[in-house]
Design a protein around this ligand. Structure first.
Ligand SMILES: C[S@@+](CC[C@H](N)C(=O)[O-])C[C@H]1O[C@@H](n2cnc3c(N)ncnc32)[C@H](O)[C@@H]1O
Length: 619
């Protein structure tokens, strides 16, 4: 625990209230609410309510005298709570690696509890410590200028003033006590890790960034960035969405599923009991609308897209995007609804490779490469292959205007035999990710083939449904790429750089990740790495080829700044901006930077940034 923690200011103000009162009111209002998202949050908060606002808290009893407190994670503690409540065996929890996006009822509840606990950590901690008056850490008192509640103090101190033994499976300690302890532990770890971190104390004239940080439980420097970049109203909306579960979107895999988006929705209902709707049909997805073109502080102002409607639509919803509807929104019998409660990964559709789970924003990134059959494409930061497989599906999609049936009987626009043969190369610097890609190829629809023309190497091949277009898939390490595997450098028609980033646009999917963010990483290290990766990847773009840079970050430093620096670099000077075109709406709203697109987290998608260029042709 960091001894320089800044807790010496006697005046707190939170919207003209004591933080305890403000917190209590919020928690109570969440509990009264009935909306879906808020209900999830209520589930999470319910477990904490008796702890933070106790009427009678069972005091832990002393057995063996004080012992050093061993850390328990919030997640472990929550699992324990749920296992007890629902009498689940341990293995059932541990066997599901993917419970965060599971639609299973109890697992969903667990995910909600973890989400709620993680996202509310700062706020809860703040409330607890301000009520206690001080924190005890290894005998040292860190003062908090508020009256003390001993029953609560016993839950949050570190050296067990009440002599609680930790060695008997915690049976005599209330579950809630363990939970709070775990949360405080985690927050203490955050505060004591490197960097300039202090517990934010609201000054007497409370500043809006601190208010956002406490209210939405975010690292203060990150709240400041959002405020500076997007302004209070928009920043607050982003924060709110970050603390709510996002929609579950699927991507139809045209290689394995023999029909349209609507056909897949029908199949999902018949076979898996899941109600889903094509994003083209969903009202919220009908327009990907321009929110504003001038939100950022530095004048970088490409297309910024969110959920409120200012006229203007720059992209159609991605073909293949399907939204799962929450069970309670379905007009169905109880039995049907029960049938629909299951883990996505246990669904026949997923096991058959008919779909992948992929946010609509990720699908927009893939779409913005505008790939055509016959092209060679490099996915330079392929990760576990989500976008590489999306590109393959787009190339072989016989239901799409840009996919494998550009005209009725031809494979794409070009009519020579090369137009029937597309190539995707998936590259990453982490071998484990490349292994994961390899492990998914069969389910997605690729089969291994020995290539006699190329040292008998194994290539993976998939065909479109009519069997007249083919796509080969190769997995490449950096040395493979540098050695020019089966291709020469600068030879790809399109290169995607889905760069490593702070993931601040997808925090609602990874609630605890906010506590791993550091200023140094977000403002220095990542932008430097991103520029390096972009420049390197750009060298693989053929003359006249296309380059797309994307992140799931909301920060200008990782987005517009990197795009600008690239344009000013030697490599970048060989590229020209490739504008997104406005397909509908008021062009005068828009600024110069039409080759960039910022997707804000919304009911359409998570938060992403896309910039794109074309490589000039030498004369
Ligand atoms: C945002 S993730 C990519 C996600 C992936 N495109 C998908 O859709 O699932 C960024 C990836 O970049 C990779 N990476 C990190 N440093 C890199 C580098 N110097 N060159 C290429 N890739 C790198 C990481 O291993 C990580 O898999």
């Amino acid at each position: 625990f960091h001894p320089s923690i800044s807790v010496d200011k006697p005046q707190y103000r939170f919207a003209h209230q004591h933080p305890y009162e403000a917190g209590k009111e919020t928690v109570e209002s969440i509990c009264r609410s009935t909306s879906w998202e808020e209900r999830l949050r209520r589930e999470a908060t319910e477990a904490l309510l008796p702890v933070f606002f106790p009427t009678s808290v069972a005091s832990p009893t002393s057995r063996n005298g004080p012992t050093e407190h061993s850390p328990i994670t919030a997640e472990a503690s929550l699992k324990r709570l749920l296992r007890k409540k629902y009498q689940y065996p341990q293995e059932e929890f541990d066997s599901d690696r993917h419970q965060n996006i599971s639609v299973n009822e109890s697992r969903g509840r667990l995910a909600a509890l973890i989400l709620g606990t993680s996202v509310m950590r700062l706020r809860h901690w703040y409330i607890v410590v301000s009520q206690n008056g001080f924190i005890l850490h290894h005998g040292a008192k860190i003062p908090i200028p508020y009256p003390l509640d001993r029953s609560l103090l016993s839950l949050v101190t570190y050296n067990d003033p009440l002599g609680v033994s930790e060695d008997e499976n915690h049976e005599h300690i209330t579950e809630e006590a363990l939970l709070v302890r775990a949360m405080v532990d985690e927050h203490a770890r955050y505060l004591s890790s490197s960097g300039n971190r202090t517990l934010p104390i609201l000054p007497s004239n409370s500043s809006r960034d601190t208010e956002l940080a406490i209210q939405y439980s975010l690292p203060p420097f990150f709240a400041s960035s959002l405020l500076l970049q997007y302004g209070y109203t928009q920043a607050q909306k982003i924060c709110e969405l970050m603390n709510s579960p996002g929609p579950i979107t699927l991507r139809r895999n045209a290689i394995q599923f023999p029909g349209s988006d609507d056909d897949l929705c029908e199949w999902l209902w018949e076979e898996d009991g899941i109600k889903a709707e094509s994003c083209n049909r969903l009202h919220s997805c009908q327009n990907i609308t321009v929110l504003s073109s001038t939100l950022t502080r530095d004048g970088s102002n490409g297309y910024v897209v969110g959920s409120s409607s200012i006229p203007g639509s720059i992209l159609p919803p991605p073909n293949g995007a399907i939204r799962i509807l929450p069970p309670e929104s379905i007009d169905a019998t109880t039995a049907e609804r029960r049938r629909s409660i299951k883990s996505i990964w246990s669904m026949r559709g997923w096991q058959n490779g008919y779909f992948e789970v992929q946010d609509a924003g990720s699908q927009i990134i893939t779409q913005s490469l505008e790939v055509r059959p016959g092209e060679s494409i490099l996915d330079y930061c392929a990760g576990n292959g989500g976008k590489s497989f999306g590109l393959a599906s787009a190339l072989l999609d016989t239901t799409s205007p840009t996919g494998g049936s550009h005209s009725n009987d031809e494979c794409g626009a070009r009519k020579d035999s090369t137009s029937r043969q597309s190539k995707i190369v998936a590259h990453d610097v982490v071998d484990e990710r490349l292994r994961q890609i390899k492990g998914s190829l069969k389910r997605v629809g690729f089969t291994a083939r020995v290539d006699a023309n190329n040292d008998n190497d194994t290539v993976y091949v998939a065909q479109n449904r009519r069997g007249d277009c083919e796509c080969t898939f190769q997995i490449a390490t950096s040395s493979d790429l540098d050695a020019g595997i089966d291709c020469i450098a600068s030879c790809f028609d399109a290169v995607l750089v889905d760069a490593p980033c702070s993931s601040t646009g997808v925090l609602r999917r990874r609630p605890a990740q906010r506590w791993d963010l550091t200023e140094k990483q977000m403002y220095e290290e990542l932008p430097k790495l991103q520029l390096e990766v972009l420049e390197k990847a750009a060298s693989f773009v053929a003359e006249g080829g296309r380059l797309v840079y994307s992140t799931c970050s909301l920060l200008t430093e990782e987005n517009d700044f990197v795009a600008r620096k690239f344009e000013q670099s030697t490599v970048g000077s060989g590229f020209e901006r490739w504008d997104f075109s406005l397909i509908r709406g008021n062009d005068s709203l828009l600024s110069e930077d039409r080759h960039t697109l910022t997707l804000l987290p919304s009911e359409i998608s998570d938060g992403f940034f896309i910039a794109r260029w074309k490589r000039g042709t030498k004369v």
